[in-house]
Every structure is written in structure tokens, then in C-alpha cells.
Design a protein around this ligand. Sequence first.
Ligand SMILES: [Zn+2]
Ligand SMILES: [Zn+2]
Length: 377
Amino acid sequence: MNDYYADLGVAREASADEIKKAYRKAARRLHPDVNSGPEAEEQFKKVSQAYDVLSDEEKRRSYDMGADPYAGAAGAGFGQGFSFSDVMDAFFGQAAGQAQGRGPRSRQSRGQDALVRLDIDLADAVFGGEQELTIDTAVGCGTCHGAGTQPGTGTRTCDVCRGQGQVQQVQRSFLGQVMTSRPCVNCQATGQVIEAPCYECSGDGRVRTRRTMTIRVPAGVDTGTRIQLAGEGEVGPGAGPAGDLYVEVVVRRDPRFQRQGDDLHATLELPMTAAALGATVPFETFDGVSELEVRRGIQSGEQILLRGLGVTHLRGSGRGDIVIHAMVSTPTKLSSEQEDLLRTLARMRDEEEPTGRLANPAEGSLFGKLRDAFKAR
Ligand SMILES: [Zn+2]
Ligand SMILES: [Zn+2]
């Protein structure tokens, strides 16, 4: 059995690109004009066979599984499913092989896709809605309607390629004389030459313009979400069909909420007294003001949940939650009267000489959890 990988000098896991490169290199080295040694031709057949098998996904797979299409047919080489255009590629560059057998090209082609960034507020991500978007793209030229010609003028047949879009060339090679064709430069391979280019678009059939459009942003989008708008991208040359427009969403940082998936996290600062006594606190959400019930004795790091007031799920129905993390704040400035009161309280609670008891790790890690939750954003 032939070892095609060794013949081409590539590894068994070589990519299609590596195989092509190795073949080109070998083919150039073994060209009879460069290499007149008696083995060159034989070697050339060998690498050609190897390339024929390894460049074809199907053949390569069956070869890797033990089947050799050339087994027993030593030196079969050309003519047996061997791609002539690959040889032409190797010697005359890509264009020579590819241009063969094609007629003139159309002046019109599909436009490119465009990508724009859209910054939105968190509230817009929660509910979705309409957004204005200003984009710079190519649109069809209104003066020539894509033809590229000055109004009242037309095109004439290219006299370099006589309307074929390609020019023939005779090249000498080790295979004898070969006809190759290349795209015509004079007419960009279209076969037609514009007599007087349109003054508006210089013959391209399209112009760049800035336009403002209103787009619908679905609820639940997050930074990195892409919205595809078919046919809203760049119009192609010759006013060809437009590509697609991709709008990439960036959600601005919100001063109050941090988003984790579709949940919104916030920190609520509570005076020591309110934490001890319990309280009702007005709390503003995207749906309006909620009356937040703070239970008496709440600790720093404990959570209050507002179910279903978070971000709308992008797929499916329902919404995430608002998770409020309590943070008890200790007074830093005390009047002498307040200090007296606190000292009295401490005496009554037998807390004048705290023991320095270590917190239960489960309780103590509440703050850690809170910190970690924010670090994760
Ligand atoms: Zn024009
Ligand atoms: Zn031409």
C-alpha cells in the first residue's frame, strides 16, 4: 500500500490547507524544467496521486480506513479522476485554473453583511422596545439605479476580451502548450465597458449614506446578543442585493442593579436600628416602587427576594427576580446622648465586654457570598 502522507511529506493529521501547500511545493520542485533528473517525472506522479487522494475528503477517509484507490495500479497518475485544474493551480496560480470555462461575470453582486453596536439601558433590556439606530452603509445609486453609467449613456463590448470577460493565453509547460484564461482587467471580467461612469457613484452603482432606522429590541437581550436584520446591510456593487445587518447589543452599567443571568442584584443599606426593629422601606424597581418588608433582626448579607421583577427571559416566558442583599450600617458619629443610650443598651444586653466569639462559618460567609456574587459580574 502507498504511504501518501510520506509521499507528500505531511503529518497524518495535516489540514487540507497544509496538504495543498505541500503539494504545490513538491510540484514546483519536480517541474521538469527545473528538475531534469530521471526520477522527477516518476516522483511527480507519486505526489500527484498522493494529493489526489488526500485532497478529497471522501477518498482520504477511506484511505485512512485502509482502502487505497490506486493500489495495484502503479503509476496510473493522470486521467483517473485526477484534477487537471489543481496542476494548473500549482503552476500558474489560482486564477488560471479557476477562470476556465466561465463566461463574463455580472456587474452586480451581493453586498456585505454589516455589524453595528447598539448601547441600551438596563431598563430597555428588561422590557425590550424600539431603538433608533444610525448606520453608515452603501445603498443603491439613485442617479444610475445601479447601472454605473452616466444618464443617457450606456456600455459597449470590451474590445480586449471581445465581451468574453476573460482573455486566453497560451503557455508552454512540461505538459506541452496549454491554453489558460484569466479574468479581463479592462472590464473587470464583465465583458462590458462603461462609456461614461456615473458622476454620483463613479460607476460602482451604489453610494455610501447615513440613515436612521428604528429597530425592535426583544426583551431579555444582554451584552453580546446579536440581532439579525435580513437585507439591511450593505448594498452590493451594481446595486446588488444587500447583505444582512447585525446589531450587537451592549447593555450599559446600571448604578443600582447588577445583572446575573436574568436576576438583578442590589445592595440595600439599613441603619442598625431598622435592622434590629424591622421596617418597611420604599424600593424602586423597573415596575415602580415596591414596599419592601424588612424583617426584624435581619443580618448583613441576608437576602430579600422580589420575585418576577427581574429581566424578561429572552427565550420562553417569565422573568428573573430582584435579589436584595441587606447591609447593616453601623453609626460612625454619635452625640453624647446617643452614646449614653447605646451604652445603656449594651449594659442591658450584657454586651459591655464582648467575648470575641468567632462567627459560625456558615453565618460568617454570608458577606463572602455577597462579595463573590458581585465579583462574578
Ligand atoms: Zn450611479
Ligand atoms: Zn474585457
